[in-house]
Write a protein that binds this ligand. Structure first.
Ligand SMILES: *Cc1c(COP(=O)(O)O)cnc(C)c1O
Length: 229
């Protein structure tokens, strides 16, 4: 078995244990393998081990990997910051975008989504408390942005995404995850049929599953540490 196959099995075991502890089924949680900065060979190794959903943060890199693997029918998710001059490439190559944080980006993605493809599946990124990043709409803006995204023809609004700051203890990890779930529930209560909570990474996937994550985005635990130099 390749190291990546072994790592994937370990992550699936973590997900199953966390699901069981939360009284949930493992099937209610999708594992997104975050392959940013990693070579195509690593994607192929994960695909050979049965992984189908992959996440990328950088437009060019993600488009190249998606184009190189069309025959494998993998599902590509864009999860990084998105500038308006890059929306067309994302609309053409990805099945999902988790990082929509303003209406202008959503409008461009909808207008540029090729009509022979299914609608682009979209999460609105929310900047929950304690995040250092500038990405994400504010919690107060989330409902109105979701309503506007839901009205766009070539997008299908699925849910919310957040990237909380790393924290060591479980209580500190859970607070922002719970905040995202509460925003999610309030938007559902307002009548939007959301079904996706994209939260949880290598260090906090158990806390995220306890708080209701339906997609966990895991890079390091599958592919190893990233080297940015
Ligand atoms: C890099 C990244 C991940 C994966 O993080 P790990 O800690 O390596 O699991 C998940 N989500 C987003 C948005 C990322 O940028």
């Amino acid at each position: 078995m390749s190291a990546i196959a072994t790592n994937l099995q370990a992550v699936r075991t973590r997900i199953a244990a966390a699901a069981s502890a939360a009284g949930r089924t493992p099937e209610s949680i999708t594992l997104l393998a975050v392959s940013k900065t990693k070579p195509l060979a690593d994607v192929l190794a994960a695909a050979a081990a049965g992984q189908t959903a992959f996440g990328e943060n950088y437009v060019q890199e993600g488009c190249e990997k998606a184009a190189a693997t069309v025959d494998l029918h993998l599902e590509w998710h864009f999860i990084g910051p998105l500038q308006s001059n890059k929306t067309r490439l994302v609309a053409e190559h990805f099945a999902w975008v988790h990082s929509v944080d303003r209406l202008k980006i959503a409008e461009r993605l909808s207008a540029q989504r090729p009509t022979d493809l299914p609608p682009l599946q979209v999460c609105v990124q929310v900047n929950v408390s304690g995040e250092a990043s500038k990405s994400g709409c504010t919690p107060a803006e989330a409902l109105a942005l979701c309503q506007a995204v839901a009205a766009l023809p070539q997008l299908r609004l699925r849910g919310l995404m957040a990237i909380p700051e790393p924290a060591d203890d479980a209580a500190a990890q859970r607070a922002p995850l719970r905040q995202l779930r509460e925003i999610y529930e309030s938007i559902r209560a307002a009548g939007l049929p959301l079904d996706t909570l994209s939260m949880g990474m290598t260090h906090d996937l158990e806390a995220a599953i306890a708080e209701g994550a339906t997609i966990v985005r895991v890079g390091t635990a599958i592919f190893g540490e990233r080297n940015y130099t």
